[in-house]
Design a protein around this ligand. Structure first.
Ligand code: 13P
Length: 273
């Protein structure tokens, strides 16, 4: 099933789908193992810095063969595409879904660039995600807020024809200094007024109860990155403090397993609302 149809179907059932960023073969396989063990679908996503790190072709092939080997229903998505050029490269490389992130551009410019991507993605039958509002990126101010406005979101979706919309409802990327308080009334209002599938960025550190409520009020795609990097590296750091082992094949699997455990926990949150 195409990702767009899958997410529309999930939205109609108040069910979420987890979108996990991956950085190497270990994090990818840890995530796939979690999805296989729970029999859940999964979106695997790459930012342009992860594409630079892994190599576009290598990453695409690793996802395609990984999905097959693990028997997981999954899709490959470009996270935070910053230009039409990177989106085009990913479409050509066979991505199922692309994000064009024009959220820091003026509204009209965000519409223009998103429309261009929607046009290009059409012939690839690829899903397109855009973002409206301010979801702080790593290193950006979290005190500044710029929640998605319902009227703007409606105009944006109607004018661009975008499939999925990342909304700013109180999350930010990275860990939180204080517990976030998601704007549920705003979310419900956005969901009632626009057709696009809704996406929550910055899910690391959002309490489970808030994630569940967000899904019940219309969020479908739930993006998770920081917690994955964190658990992988923290596990490695702990192991390496106590061993001189140089065979990475004996060390990395424990870090991979910690990713599996984390992703399983999050996958369970997608289901039970
Ligand atoms: P976190 O890093 O906060 O989990 O956010 C992930 C994300 O939104 C990727 O687009």
């Amino acid at each position: 099933m195409k990702l767009k149809e899958k997410m529309q179907w999930l939205t109609s059932r108040n069910t979420g789908i987890l979108a996990t960023n991956f950085y190497n073969l270990e994090t990818l396989h840890g995530e796939l193992k979690a999805a296989r063990e729970l029999g859940q679908p999964l979106i695997l996503q790459l930012t342009s810095s992860s594409i630079d790190y892994m190599g576009l072709g290598t990453a695409v092939n690793a996802v395609r063969s990984g999905l097959e080997e693990y028997g997981v229903e999954g899709w490959l998505h470009l996270d935070h595409g910053g230009s039409v050029e990177i989106v085009q490269a990913c479409l050509d490389a066979g991505f199922d879904s692309v994000m064009i992130d024009g959220s820091e551009l003026p509204f009209e410019e965000n519409i223009r660039i998103t429309k261009e991507v929607v046009k290009r993605a059409a012939s690839y039958h690829a899903n397109v995600e855009a973002e409206l509002g301010y979801v702080a990126k790593l290193g950006q101010s979290v005190t500044h807020t710029g929640f998605t406005q319902v009227a703007e979101a409606k105009t944006f979706v109607e004018e661009t024809g975008v499939d999925a919309l990342a909304v700013a409802i109180g999350t930010s990327h990275g860990f939180y200094k204080e517990e976030p308080a998601l704007q549920f009334d705003l979310l419900a209002d956005i969901h009632a007024h626009i057709d696009a599938v809704l996406v929550l960025h910055g899910s690391s550190g959002v309490p489970e109860v808030q994630l569940r409520k967000a899904i019940s009020l219309g969020i479908c795609k739930v993006n998770l990155a920081t917690e994955i990097k964190n658990i992988f590296m923290k596990t490695l750091q702990t192991i390496l403090r106590d061993t001189q082992e140089i065979d990475l094949r004996k060390v990395f699997p424990q870090a991979t397993e910690s990713v599996t455990l984390l992703v399983k926990e999050k996958l369970l949150v997608m289901q039970n609302n």
